[in-house]
Design a protein. Structure first.
Length: 353
């Protein structure tokens, strides 16, 4: 059937059709048709009554997705103390029960060997990691986590450090400010044991040695002038290092290799899906790293602190774990990947001890 449509400029009033009896309405028999509540809404404009929920059967069975069983503690549960890294401006006088801004919210459900969770909260922007007063503060916070610790010996404690927190603890041990008893365990993530090219990059940008856009961005982020904490992380063999800093790195690395029980590093900044993923992609591409194996800020060899690469494995079951996580992912704040076993920091920590 062809229908012809013509546009009329003026309004035309139509009269209702009449049948042979003169009635205005022509009745017609129609077959009743069931409609859904959504169809009723579209036809009548009446709201849908929320009286029942839809029961839909999934078209795809997702039961094939790997869902590992939760790990239980294979050792003795002990108090856990978490020491953060760079860029915390404020300082809290005592250890806290949580520090979700830095460590996220997943830890309580993935720490079977932690009889308690405590979080240090120190100013890590205005002081060098080599500052022995700062190192003593780290010792004090770690010692306070367990009643079994003495004045300088950390006993019956699981110490978890991220980034510069690991350097500060290693420096404190190297300087004899505190030590770890045999029944304590040190777990380190993303520690810049040989510094970071990120620190060199900021210093160069503040000095106007990068391109115009980068110089502007660094200054807009209030990175200039570079603060003491960042300057102290200058790349060990870079132009902003010094003989004194190199000696401090060497001593810290020795203490690290001797005392650390488990290490997480990264060889790729691909990372987990998160609000900071793109930021670390940018850093990984922009910072002139000496190695492509990095987490966006810290290179793998720096994080390894002199340990052989062959000691690390890319599965979360490895005590020395090389990942494809960015620097922030290794604070546990982004959870785990669904499939990739090289992107499961929470699973690693949960099953570690």
């Amino acid at each position: 059937m062809d229908i012809q449509v013509e546009y009329l400029e003026n309004f035309v009033s139509l009269t209702a059709l009449k049948d042979d009896t003169g009635d205005d309405c022509i009745s017609a028999e129609v077959q009743a048709v069931d409609v859904t509540s959504v169809g009723k809404l579209l036809l009548t404009g009446e709201p849908v009554a929320a009286v029942s929920s839809r029961m839909l059967k999934a078209e795809i069975d997702f039961s094939f997705i790997y869902k590992p069983k939760k790990c239980s503690c294979r050792s003795k549960p002990r108090p856990c103390i978490f020491m953060h890294g760079l860029r915390v401006p404020e300082e809290i006088a005592t250890n806290e029960d949580s520090f979700s801004r830095y460590w996220g919210t997943y830890l309580p459900d993935h720490a079977p060997c932690c009889s308690s969770l405590k979080f240090a909260h120190l100013n890590t922007m205005n002081f060098s990691w080599t500052d022995q007063t700062r190192q003593q503060l780290v010792c004090d916070r770690v010692l306070a986590a367990s009643p079994r610790s003495s004045d300088s010996v950390v006993a019956d404690t699981i110490v978890v450090t991220h980034s510069m927190g690991g350097l500060m603890l290693a420096g404190a041990i190297a300087n004899g400010l505190c030590s770890l008893a045999d029944n304590s365990t040190w777990v380190s993530m993303a520690a810049p044991m040989g510094g970071s090219m990120g620190a060199d990059y900021v210093q160069a940008s503040c000095a106007g040695k990068s391109n115009f856009i980068v110089n502007k961005v660094v200054k807009m982020r209030n990175e200039c002038p570079p603060r003491r904490a960042l300057k102290s992380l200058s790349y060990e063999s870079g132009e902003y290092s010094s003989k004194k800093l190199k000696r401090a790195y060497a001593a810290a690395q020795k203490a690290y290799r001797t005392n650390v029980s488990a290490v997480m590093c990264s060889e790729n900044y691909a990372g987990l899906l998160s609000t900071h993923q793109a930021y670390f992609w940018l850093l990984g591409h922009t910072i002139p790293h000496k190695s492509n194996d990095n987490d966006g800020i810290v290179e793998f060899q720096s994080c390894a602190g002199g340990m052989p690469e062959g000691r690390f494995g890319d599965n979360y079951v490895e005590r020395f774990y090389v990942t494809r996580l960015n620097h922030y992912d290794m604070t546990f704040r982004s959870g785990d990947a669904l499939f990739s076993k090289s992107k499961m920091p929470m699973r690693w920590f949960e099953c570690l001890l």
